[in-house]
Design a protein around this ligand. Structure first.
Ligand SMILES: [Zn+2]
Ligand SMILES: [Zn+2]
Length: 146
């Protein structure tokens, strides 16, 4: 059964060691690849694919005490497992209505595929973008580039 595709379904996720567990409720709000330097450094990855859900559809189900917070900018912060270091969540006062969850930390599929690349001007030199998805960048990271 692929129940994760429908509205009202939930998708569980968590960190590498399994201490921190959470779930999101569908539908998601967006799914995008972020190439900003903070995402890359925080995750040790070429880019990070995020899905957003309203806080009302996000719930930590285990290990909340293991979650650590790092303030990565004046308005944003990231949360990761203090045991295994998995970086999973990105929150910001600029988007107080929703939380961003690293797609790779989820155990199952969500209701949409990644739809765009953001902060492309900050991307790592070894990352080639050739999937045809829209690219956004510039100062805000969200201005149309192609
Ligand atoms: Zn962990
Ligand atoms: Zn980013």
């Amino acid at each position: 059964m692929q129940e994760s595709e429908g509205a009202g379904a939930t998708v569980a996720g968590g960190c590498l060691c399994g201490r921190v567990r959470f779930e999101i409720g569908l539908p998601t709000l967006f799914c995008a690849h972020c190439h900003c330097s903070m995402c890359r450094k925080s995750h040790g990855a070429g880019f990070v694919t995020w899905v957003g859900v309203p806080y009302a559809r996000f719930r930590i189900t285990a290990g909340e005490e293991a979650l650590r917070r790092y303030d990565s900018s004046e308005h944003g912060w990231r949360r990761f497992c203090g045991e295994c270091g998995s970086s999973m969540l990105c929150e910001s006062s600029t988007h107080a209505a929703y939380i961003a969850i690293a797609l790779a930390s989820l155990d199952g599929a969500v209701d949409r595929a990644p739809s765009q690349h953001i902060f492309v001007d900050d991307r790592a030199g070894f990352v080639q973008i050739d999937d045809g998805l829209p690219r956004l960048g510039g100062k805000s990271g969200l201005e149309p580039r192609s």
